[in-house]
Design a protein around this ligand. Structure first.
Ligand code: HEC
Length: 198
C-alpha cells in the first residue's frame, strides 16, 4: 500500500514537471456578477417607470416621450458613475438608433427573447467577451413589454398624433407593435471582468 502511494506521488511530481507551470485559468464568479448587477437593473427599471408615469400623468404621452429620451440616459449615466459599470439599454427592435444589440451579445439576447420572464422574474444572461485587459463581463436583464404604461408608445395601437411626434424624433423607429409579455429590450450592465475573476 505504502509503496503504491509513493509511486503515485512520484508520478504526480513527474507529470507536474513535464511542462511549464500553468497557473489555473481564472474562473468567473457568476454569483458576484449577479449580486452586483441585479440591484442596478432593478433600480433602473423602477426609477424610469416612476418618472415615465409621473410625466405622462402631468403632461400626457408626448411629455413622456421627452422624459424617456432624457431620463433613461441620465439614470444610466448616474448608475454607471455610482457602480463603475457601464449601464445601457439594448434592443433588437430599437427606437434609439444607438441601442442595437452588439453581435457578441446576440445569442444571449435571443435566449432572453425566447423566455423574457422566468419564475416571475426578468430572465438574465451573463456573457464574457475580450481577453486580458480588454476582458468584459456583460449582465443582461430582460425588459418585458408591459401593457401599462409601455403600450402607449411601443404597442400595437399608438395614437397617430403621438406616433408622428415619435417619428419626428426617431425617423428609423423600430420599437412599435409589441404585445405584453414579449421582450421589449434588455438592460445591459457591463463590467471590467477582472473584478469578478478569481
Ligand atoms: C411616453 C412614451 C414611452 C413610454 C410610455 C415608454 N417608452 Fe420606451 N422609449 C420611448 C422613447 C422615446 C425611447 C427612446 C429613448 C432614447 O432616445 O434612448 C424609448 C426607448 C426604450 C428602450 C430602449 C431601446 C430602444 O428601443 O431604443 C426600451 C428597452 C424601452 N423604451 C422600454 C420601455 C418599457 C418596458 C416601457 C414601459 C415600462 C416603455 N418603454 C414605455 C418612449 C416611451
Amino acid at each position: 500500500m505504502i509503496k503504491h502511494g509513493w509511486a503515485a506521488l512520484a508520478l504526480a511530481a513527474l507529470v507536474g514537471c513535464a511542462g511549464e507551470p500553468q497557473p489555473p485559468a481564472p474562473t468567473l464568479d457568476e454569483a458576484a456578477v449577479i449580486a452586483a448587477s441585479v440591484p442596478i437593473a432593478q433600480s433602473f427599471q423602477a426609477e424610469l417607470k416612476a418618472q415615465l408615469q409621473a410625466a405622462i400623468a402631468a403632461g400626457g404621452a408626448k411629455g413622456g416621450v421627452s422624459v424617456c429620451q432624457q431620463a433613461a440616459p441620465a439614470i444610466a449615466a448616474a448608475q454607471s458613475e455610482a457602480s463603475g459599470a457601464e449601464v445601457s439599454r439594448i434592443a433588437a427592435k430599437h427606437r434609439n438608433p444607438a441601442g442595437g444589440v452588439p453581435d457578441d451579445l446576440a445569442q444571449a439576447y435571443a435566449a432572453l427573447a425566447a423566455a423574457p420572464v422566468v419564475e416571475g422574474k426578468p430572465n438574465r444572461q451573463i456573457v464574457q467577451t475580450g481577453e486580458g485587459a480588454d476582458a468584459r463581463v456583460h449582465f443582461l436583464s430582460a425588459i418585458p413589454m408591459q401593457e401599462q404604461p409601455c403600450s402607449v408608445c411601443h404597442g400595437t395601437n399608438i395614437d397617430p398624433d403621438l406616433k408622428a411626434h415619435i417619428d419626428q424624433l426617431y425617423p428609423a423607429d423600430l420599437a412599435t407593435g409589441f404585445q405584453p409579455g414579449e421582450l421589449r429590450g434588455a438592460l445591459l450592465v457591463s463590467w471590467d471582468a477582472a473584478r469578478f475573476l478569481k
